[in-house]
Design a protein around this ligand. Structure first.
Ligand code: FES
Ligand SMILES: [Fe+2]
Length: 388
């Protein structure tokens, strides 16, 4: 984040703290609980948001060296993401061209070759079919036409994007806005080193999981003994970038700013920035590193989802074993708060949504991110149905 923007936002947070005010959406928003249970809606959102939209599959640090790879199972199309021998990022459908077995089963690793377990057809980092056992028995095949299917991919400012449809297009300016792209660039995300991750399968909609990131009104209650120790509750900054938005959660360390000249103010001391990349990504950069949360629907059950929470450390700290250990401990603690506190209430909300006892739930004036998220969700799905 640019320095002038940091100072402006820190001033806003200090003012809100001093005057006991918060960001204000101006009105209350009623949200239909069927949004979390409707199977028809879930089918439409799956197609629109998870099959027909570019997906953030990780950070550059997830593919830290040439020939490193990642697999993604949470989307309709199994994806194999690789860095080739020249450092170029590619993505393929993780499906053997012989009879369709998933070629690479491991979640991540380093390999120059990907060999299918069924009959050992083998592909290289460019997806080229380089091994076909007993070809004289198998029959004539133009092997150059049977490489792994390549998917559109783009690495920008440390973020790895893949379109799950081979005919899809990635237009990050349109998806994120040029302003948000420039701001993301300032975080030097490409220098982050992957540290670890947790996977949570939770009995709540992916949207309920995302909702828990949408306000700090709950910090003094739900997180009274955890996050509330280091964050003020019910005070934040909020800005939108097209369908996406940024929240700044006010750290208690913001008080240090009061005795420092503005030139020394740091947004990472005063706040935790939370970038909500519509619809299912939370990106939280800090002084030490970054947390990435991705939520994916269970395609068969709108009341279930999977969250992937990954931790990254800035490269200047990553070489230090003690720092790695400390940040890993902090990160795991943070992920547990999400699982044991936020997602626990998410599962409880899902029980009531499933009961259909409440037709609607309410987002307050102090929860603008939830207004924006749900109105964007509705608008995008409606515009897609109009265009069909
Ligand atoms: S299905 Fe992969 S080698 Fe036969
Ligand atoms: Fe929370």
């Amino acid at each position: 984040m640019e320095k002038t923007e940091q100072i402006l936002q820190i001033k806003k947070l200090l003012h809100r703290l001093d005057t006991g005010t918060n960001v204000d959406a101006g009105e209350i928003y009623e949200n239909q609980t069927s949004n979390y249970t409707d199977k028809n809606l879930a089918g439409r959102e799956w197609k629109t948001f998870f099959c027909d939209t570019p997906q953030l599959v990780g950070l550059s640090g997830d593919l830290s060296e040439n020939y490193s790879f990642l697999t993604i199972q949470e989307l309709g199309t199994p994806i194999l993401a690789v860095r080739d021998g020249k450092g170029q990022f590619h993505a393929y459908v993780n499906a053997c061209r012989h009879r369709g077995v998933v070629v690479e089963e491991e979640e991540r690793g380093i390999s120059k070759r990907f060999t299918c377990q069924f009959h050992r057809w083998t592909y290289d980092a460019h997806g080229t079919l380089v091994g076909l056992p007993k070809q004289d028995h198998f029959g004539e095949l133009e092997t150059e036409k049977f490489g792994l299917l390549e998917l559109p991919s783009e690495e920008r400012h440390g973020l790895l994007w893949v379109h799950p449809d081979p005919d899809g297009q990635i237009d990050l300016e349109n998806l994120l806005t040029p302003q948000l792209l420039s701001e993301l660039e300032t975080w030097n995300l490409k220098d982050l080193v992957f540290l670890g991750s947790d996977t949570y399968d939770v009995a709540c909609s992916w949207k309920l999981a995302m909702d828990t990131f949408g306000e700090t009104y709950h910090f003094s209650s739900l997180h009274e003994t955890t996050l509330y120790n280091s964050f003020h509750g019910n005070v934040q900054c909020y800005d939108t970038f097209g369908d996406n938005h940024r929240m700044l959660l006010c750290r208690r360390d913001i008080d240090e700013m009061r005795s420092l000249p503005e030139a020394e103010w740091k947004i990472t001391t005063a706040a935790l920035p939370v970038y909500w990349l519509f619809p299912n990504i939370q990106l939280m950069p800090s002084k030490e590193g970054l947390y990435l949360v991705r939520a994916y629907p269970d395609p068969d059950d709108p009341g279930k989802h999977r969250s992937l929470i990954s931790f990254y450390l800035r490269s200047e700290f990553a070489a230090n074993a003690e720092m790695r250990e400390i940040f890993m401990m902090i990160s795991e603690g943070f992920a547990k708060v999400i699982r044991d506190e936020d997602y626990a209430v998410g599962a409880s909300q899902q029980v009531n949504a499933n009961s259909h006892a409440l037709q609607t739930v309410i987002f307050g004036r102090n929860e603008p991110a939830l207004h924006h998220y749900h109105s964007t969700y509705k608008r995008v799905l409606e515009s897609v149905s109009k265009n069909i």
